[in-house]
Ligand binder design. Sequence first.
Ligand SMILES: Cc1cc2nc3c(=O)[nH]c(=O)nc-3n(C[C@H](O)[C@H](O)[C@H](O)COP(=O)(O)OP(=O)(O)OC[C@H]3O[C@@H](n4cnc5c(N)ncnc54)[C@H](O)[C@@H]3O)c2cc1C
Length: 406
Amino acid sequence: MDLKSGYPFWAVKNGLLKAFPQLTHDHQSDVVVIGGGITGALIADELSRHGHHVVVLERRDVGWGSSAASTALLQYEIDTHMTELAERYGEANAVLAYRACAEAIGELETLAAGLGDVDFARQQSLYYASNEEDVTPLKAELALRQKHGFAAAWLDRDTVLAEYGFAAPGAILTQLAASIDPYRMAYQLFAKVVERSGEVYDRTQMEAMVPDDHGVTLTLTNGVTLRCQHVVMAAGYESQAWLPEKVAVNRSSYALITDPLPAKALGKLRHTMVWESARPYLYMRTTCDGRLLVGGDDDDEDIPKRRDARVEEKAEGLARKVEALWPMLKINPTFSWGGTFAETDDGLPFFGPHSAHGPRVHFAMAYGGNGISYSMIGAKLLRALIEGREHPLAELFSFQRLAKIT
Ligand SMILES: Cc1cc2nc3c(=O)[nH]c(=O)nc-3n(C[C@H](O)[C@H](O)[C@H](O)COP(=O)(O)OP(=O)(O)OC[C@H]3O[C@@H](n4cnc5c(N)ncnc54)[C@H](O)[C@@H]3O)c2cc1C
């Protein structure tokens, strides 16, 4: 599976930051993490920071999966409204999920501060109604969030126009959001893991895993075997191949980035990410050097070659949509790309063991528009499971939920 097309900005900007060795000898560890993307990086960091010996296996280069294609908006606002989650799983669970995402932003900020140059920036988030019909559900959403202490406010049509310069029937303005360079962050986290005597291997592919009562034996494509107590499957969208049932739908998402734009032209967009209530949604945020990063126009394309062929046309379409909102803003896509993106039915991730592999193989499927915030939650959740402790989201984010979905 080819996870991305075109020129993902983070890979262009950073290049290959470091080459890790291949694993060529039989080995053992407390935990083996499969996947060297941002999810594997956050989990390996969390485990190694708390004394677990971790070996990470990445079949490509580190960060070269969907993490390189991510637009990396960090939001507590899940693609599924809190009101809808409350209907499906009860208000307490909906609030728990939203609150965990909010906390994840602060946790990512703390980690980023410890790493240095990973372009973490606090932003506000403006979620606008794409049409009049969406005003009432958005107001209900805001009311529920405010009831539970989330700092957010309603902006009417006139205020959106006066403050943000575009026409929309209304919007929720949220104080808590952020952005990051996910590719650089993954590399920096893996460097920390190695400093703590963890081991990171790239161009090293896990082919088979056999769990037993005492551990798991992994076989790599080069014939090497690895023995460990626990496995974390942080293989991104490819994790689905290891499950007997379909838990998510693969789609493609597209993005473009401009050259740095003058601060005056960007206005409040400089510190405010913008997205909309229509699905698939148009969204945008700026980078630390003043570029506008625009994404959306998701489609059901799951064949990489066809997605490759669509990137330019999709980028042009996204650029025209932004110009329709702000006619004074001229958008020239400097780089554009597309990437595989998986969506679960309810917008929530899956973390934890699956009955097909037993209790020692933990899946980390941070699927959905909030993938990076989910990965941060998953890192804490999976450490708790590996250490035999409880976690408040263990049940809601487990595969047990599938019984309620299907
Ligand atoms: C265009 C786009 C925009 C996005 N925007 C956002 C956003 O704004 N905010 C947000 O939070 N999220 C966003 N996401 C989602 C986010 O990018 C993902 O949640 C995140 O990148 C997933 O990271 P990962 O580490 O789980 O997967 P990946 O980065 O794909 O890493 C998994 C790794 O596992 C490796 N692997 C697979 N199988 C094996 C094996 N058998 N052996 C060894 N290695 C293996 C792969 O090579 C891969 O590198 C976006 C995604 C896309 C595509």
